[in-house]
Design a protein around this ligand. Structure first.
Ligand SMILES: O=C(O)CCC(=O)C(=O)O
Length: 215
């Protein structure tokens, strides 16, 4: 099935939608491009990522209990970019051609350099990721994370780490790019909640820079 049969996406294209623009969130550095990849390119990228990545369930250790994550995932990167997240140790698989192409595009178009990526496949609106910050020591003091989304639009929420108050919601569109930098991880948590009525899948790639010596 072609991706365009899966996703309703009749947004008009404005040339500006491909530019990263700042989002207003106190103390944070957040930038968003609604259409970092035009519709046809985003459709093709979705299909290639869906078919190329060896998606698998991951078991997370949450407060000492082993729990299957409510999504499929895959850790990809340079051989030394080992990542520890929620008690699970991810040893990277080699770059697939499409993920490597996206990594190179981020460097060429936005000057962002990454050595790894956490790929998540949300099979439908019941798949989620809970509240967390990407603040592991191997990501450094002010991590720069580029989050590319393909497939069903989903709501990305941020809340204050200190007060737990809701801070911002961003609708992550098919072919969009969100860049989190500066103090974003220190000040805020993020989550992707369930969304009723969503039958289509979504792929999200969060590109990261791991310092292998800091883990
Ligand atoms: O799917 C998303 O947009 C968020 C993914 C995420 O929070 C993560 O991989 O840390």
């Amino acid at each position: 099935m072609a991706a365009s049969d899966l996703f309703d996406d009749d947004r008009a294209s404005s040339p500006d939608a491909s530019r990263l623009r700042p989002l207003d969130l106190a103390g944070a550095d957040l930038r968003y491009a609604e259409r970092a990849w035009p519709r046809a390119e985003a459709d093709a990228l979705y299909v290639a990522l869906r078919d190329e990545i060896p998606w698998a369930p991951h078991v997370l250790n949450i407060f000492g209990r082993e729990v299957a994550a409510p999504r499929l995932s895959c850790w990809i990167g340079d051989a030394d970019a080992v990542y520890v997240y929620s008690g699970a140790r991810f040893t990277p698989l080699a770059w697939t051609p499409t993920v490597a192409r996206l990594r190179d595009m981020l460097r060429e178009r936005h000057g962002l350099v990454f050595n790894s990526v956490l790929a998540n496949l949300y099979r439908d609106g019941r798949d989620t990721v809970g509240w967390h910050s990407d603040d592991e020591s191997e990501l450094g003091a002010e991590p720069v994370i580029a989050s590319a989304s393909f497939g069903a639009p989903r709501t990305f929420r941020l809340r204050s780490r200190r007060t737990r108050e809701a801070a911002l919601s961003v609708e992550l569109a098919h072919g969009s790019l969100l860049v989190m930098a500066g103090a974003t991880q220190r000040l805020y948590q993020h989550a992707l909640p369930r969304r009723a009525g969503v039958a289509a899948p979504r792929i999200n790639l969060t590109f990261r820079r791991i310092d292998a010596r800091a883990g």
